[in-house]
Write a protein that binds this ligand. Structure first.
Ligand code: MRU
Length: 379
């Protein structure tokens, strides 16, 4: 992705490897501060994923694959048996960081299968790059397909962050919007759900839209229904963290409510994703594991004080991003990070092979792609 930081143009991915050092944009600090994280330790990678320094289903998958490579480097002087034990442990630790996005499991399963052929770090790095390049290729394909749904002056509502940050580059749902505006020059307008509690919409989607001068307005999550009722939303596009056999999807908490609102108001509701987000092992969404995160995320917001922002503008100082309680610190709170939207509420699926309203066509294309990609031994 091409981004402008303090007047300088940078061309970076959300996560990448240089030699055997893993680098990633620290998504936790955006939009206040642009920082590149670096590590050579797979345990540090587990922290990045858990703490949302890197997030978004396909980016999490890519980070997991690279994390596995770092584990192979750490194990390189062990005998083969000990290496495999170490990699087994690394696989489990990386996998258990975040349970809902199946991209992580798909990436790690692929890397683990490859380790049976060779545990050589160079070999595994090549395989991780292959996996990530496929995600990138699919991102590029799906945003182009999705853009056929965007008519001139469309008012699009989106949830969470599904831009290049979330898919290594290109993006999924937000990628469709960016591609339509930047490459196809389609005039459009975006309603950005803030996406409580971690505010991926308010922090990251607004940052990515600003990078491309795309017109948007940030809204609180509970404004969506009112806007739909006022006919101010033409279509909704969201991403996914897991897509099951029957077309049910898990995505960021709040997606289900949006889908119900869209259904009631007769507004098309699309879901965009690459192949790494498909889970053929589950028949439907009922058994998708839903991540429950710390109550602290609900009790707090992260940001900068209003007065510091003014100071920053006048003195050009570097900002410190802090946590602030929005209620009494001991308030009981619940934090489900995802919900499941049943296929009945989904108008269409935006995939690397095209836009489909019938999930059977999605799965057929997925199986064809898997034959060629051989991420899995058989599907
Ligand atoms: O908790 P997050 O920020 O990782 O959740 C991200 C989402 O729910 C995205 O919508 C999804 O991963 C699709 S990203 C292309």
């Amino acid at each position: 992705m091409k981004i402008k930081i303090k007047g300088q143009l940078l061309d970076v991915n959300a996560v990448w490897m240089e030699g055997f050092t893993l680098k990633a944009i620290n998504q936790k600090l955006l939009p206040f501060k642009f920082e590149i994280l670096e590590t050579q330790s797979f345990l540090e990678v587990t922290r990045w994923i858990k703490e949302l320094n890197v997030r978004g289903a396909p980016t999490i998958g890519a980070t997991g694959a690279y994390g596995y490579v770092l584990a192979a480097v750490e194990a390189k002087n062990y005998n083969r048996e000990k290496q495999l034990q170490f990699l087994n442990e690394a696989y489990k630790r990386l996998l258990h960081t975040r349970p809902t996005a199946v991209d992580l499991k798909n990436a790690l399963d692929y890397m683990h299968t490859m380790a049976n052929i060779s545990t050589h770090p160079e070999f595994l790095k090549e395989k991780a790059e292959f996996f990530v390049n496929k995600i990138l290729e699919q991102g590029k394909q799906l945003v182009a397909h999705g853009s056929t749904l965007i008519h001139e002056n469309a008012k699009i509502l989106t949830h969470c962050n599904t831009g290049p940050l979330a898919l290594v580059d290109y993006g999924s749902a937000l990628g469709v919007i960016i591609y339509s505006f930047v490459h196809k020059k389609t005039p459009l307008f975006v309603w950005v759900d803030e996406t409580r509690p971690v505010l991926q919409g308010a922090r990251l989607t607004t940052w990515e839209l600003t990078q491309h001068n795309i017109p948007f307005s940030l809204i609180t999550d509970n404004m969506a229904g009112f806007l739909m009722n006022q006919r101010k939303v033409d279509l909704i596009i969201v991403g996914a963290d897991r897509v099951t056999q029957n077309g049910d999807i898990a995505n960021k908490i709040g997606t289900y409510s949006l889908a119900i609102l869209a259904h009631y108001h007769n507004i098309p509701f699309y879901v965009a994703f690459p192949w790494s987000t498909i889970d053929l092992s589950l028949k439907n969404g009922n058994s998708i594991p839903i991540e429950e995160r710390s109550a602290q995320e609900v009790l707090t917001v992260r940001g900068i004080p209003v007065e510091n922002q003014k100071e920053k503008e006048s003195k050009k100082e570097t900002e410190t991003v802090n946590y602030y309680y929005i209620t009494a610190p001991n308030t009981p709170a619940t934090n489900f990070a995802f919900d499941v939207t049943p296929h009945e509420l989904i108008t269409g699926y935006i995939t690397p092979a095209g836009v489909f309203s019938d999930i059977n066509n999605v799965m057929r294309s997925y199986k064809d792609a898997m034959k060629e990609l051989s991420w899995k031994e058989s599907v």
